[in-house]
Design a protein around this ligand. Structure first.
Ligand SMILES: [Fe+2]
Length: 578
């Protein structure tokens, strides 16, 4: 069966994923093609076109279009909860009760239009809506490869109405145990405080998490923002997850926090630096988020976890790698799978896998994220021809070994190889690399290339043979979705990729999923003694990750990097000492 999953229902992170007989053959975010980070207010037209082209499938052959947004019945508690909790914004409350599926109907029309543009034959292709949180849950459970009972947690700002999902998977079926509804959203509060701390929601949450270790969580008690209520939570919307007249406004822009929050904590943070009191507020927010998540996780999924210890998670909140470290530290959790495209782009894959599983197909577990476009060396060479800048091109006989030599000599290198990653992390397909033991390399990349905040950490990619010694566990970590404590000895060896608190968000690289990247790490071990590289995504601040050779060149010539490896080609800027 051919199933095309499409995300984009919530006006951000549209993506497409194609499943053929249960196997993911292609998946990509729209932002990479249209060169607009998060591709807000767009539908995944280019991503869908790419998926079909990659698989050599015509639009008329698609059996199902699976969409991660569904109508919500008035017979469930979701819309009533929303209405009751938004009494202070009556137009929203009444809308939830009397016109609660308006957004669904608009989405349905947009998918219809997109399908028409693709050339879908609607007499053959069925449209199947999937509840947003079931899609997140499916992307976690069905791609985890776990057999036996598996606890599932979904955590994001908001889908239709649900914000948090607890359930379990067994024998290919997902069972819902508990949901929280808007405005009672753990991720929503984190997002609102991200705005208060001067970053964009959906983008700056990593930055809050990166800032937190510099602060003292004990300096602010934020517990009033999210209180325990029965077997759920209650968010104080007088402070956060605020709508309507309660919203704090600055230059005509409304935020998801209130004036009352500003009266309490002080003015919203401005600028780029990590300073008091904001570092302490970031630390307190991170701590509150972790505490409430862990408490609710154990309450609702403790029984399943004590039985098998398997947990699969997704949703934007699951990209909180510090939370994930704490989850893995729980005695009842033996193995944690964090679906790497945990944000809304992954719901395309989630909706598609749910439909596949419901129709009796076996979903192939996710072993890697190289699901986007790939390019030959000849295509890379073609992309070079129209450029006017001065550069030299060398055909590499040993791309991995020769790149490692540049890295070992202290140079950062842009690395473009194989198919583009699905999800927000660069994992050796579209990366900027540096030697993790080269003093000052992180600062250099930060100030000269990425132009991002200096206090944000960089992450290491590590050879699988070395990882257990470095992070003191053999737990799988192929996707940079969990932080681990780095051993003292390794902390001294690779200071450029260890965060303030002694942890690192590692990618453990195995030979099967990316042989060339693996060979590069082996060469680094021979040259430097450390089978580790600093690995950050190939893009400049605020831009989507590079997709094509032309994008890579655009980015390369727009920054201070000297070396770009495009498949088998080494591009060196003029005036560079080799
Ligand atoms: Fe979501």
């Amino acid at each position: 069966m051919i199933i095309l999953g499409l995300s984009g229902a919530l006006n951000h992170d549209p993506s497409a994923a194609l499943l053929v007989d249960g196997e993911t053959v292609a998946a990509a975010e729209e932002e990479r093609f249209v060169r607009d980070k998060h591709a807000k207010n767009r539908m995944p037209l280019e991503a869908a076109r790419y998926c079909l082209q990659e698989a050599g499938i015509g639009a008329e052959q698609i059996d199902v279009i699976a969409f991660p947004y569904a109508p919500i019945s008035l017979l469930t508690p979701a819309r009533w909860h929303y209405a009751r909790r938004h009494w202070f914004a009556p137009e929203r409350a009444l809308d939830a009760l009397f016109n609660g599926n308006r957004r669904y109907r608009r989405n349905r029309r947009r998918v219809q239009e997109l399908g028409d543009m693709l050339g879908i034959n609607w007499r053959h292709t069925q449209f199947v809506p999937v509840e947003h949180h079931l899609a997140h849950a499916s992307s976690a459970y069905h791609l985890s490869g776990f057999s036996g009972r598996t606890a599932i947690m979904g955590i994001d700002g908001k889908g239709e109405y649900a914000t948090t999902f607890f359930g379990y998977g067994e024998a290919g079926r997902i069972h819902k145990l508990k949901e929280f509804y808007d405005p009672d959203s753990l991720s929503g509060v984190y997002g609102a405080m991200t705005e208060y701390l001067g970053f964009d929601m959906l983008d700056g949450e990593y930055k809050v998490m990166g800032m937190a270790p510099y602060g003292d969580a004990g300096r602010f008690d934020l517990s009033r923002l999210i209180r325990r209520r029965g077997n759920g939570i209650r968010v104080d919307t007088r402070y956060v997850n605020t709508v309507g007249l309660r919203r704090y406004k600055e230059n005509g822009v409304g935020y998801y926090f209130s004036n009352r929050l500003v009266d309490w904590l002080g003015p919203r943070r401005q600028g780029d630096s990590a300073e008091e009191p904001y570092i302490h507020i970031a630390a307190a927010m991170q701590q509150l988020f972790e505490e409430r998540c862990l408490e609710m996780l154990q309450l609702h999924l403790g029984e399943v976890l004590r039985e098998t210890g398997q947990l699969a998670i997704a949703g934007g909140g699951a990209l909180n790698v510090k939370l994930n470290q704490k989850i893995l530290d729980l005695p009842c959790v033996r193995e944690l799978f964090v679906q790497p495209a945990a944000g809304d782009s992954g719901t395309a894959l989630g909706a598609a896998t749910l439909v596949a599983a419901r129709r009796g197909e076996r979903v192939t577990p996710m072993r890697h994220v190289y699901l986007g476009p790939g390019f030959t060396t000849a295509q890379c060479r073609q992309a070079l021809s129209p450029r006017r800048e001065s550069f030299s091109v060398t055909e590499l006989t040993d791309p991995a070994g020769q790149t490692a030599e540049l890295l070992a000599a202290g140079h950062p290198v842009a690395w473009f190889h194989g198919r583009m990653e699905f999800g927000p992390r660069a994992l050796g397909g579209r990366s900027i690399l540096g030697a993790a033991d080269s003093p000052g390399i992180a600062d250099r990349i930060n100030t000269q290339i990425k132009f991002r905040e200096r206090w944000r950490p960089f992450c290491p990619s590590v050879l699988d043979k070395v990882a257990p010694d470095m992070i003191q566990t053999g737990h799988p970590a192929p996707f940079m979705t969990i932080t681990f404590k780095v051993s003292d000895a390794w902390r001294r060896r690779i200071p450029e990729v260890v965060h303030e608190d002694g942890t690192a968000r590692v990618q453990v690289v195995d030979k099967d999923s990316n042989p060339r990247f693996y060979a590069l790490l082996e060469a680094m071990e021979r040259l430097t003694g450390n089978a580790v590289v600093l690995n950050t995504s190939l893009n400049r601040r605020g831009e989507a990750m590079v997709c094509s050779p032309a994008d890579a060149l655009e980015m390369f010539f727009g920054c201070d990097l000297q070396y770009l490896v495009l498949e088998d080609l080494l591009i060196t800027k003029a005036g560079t000492d080799a």
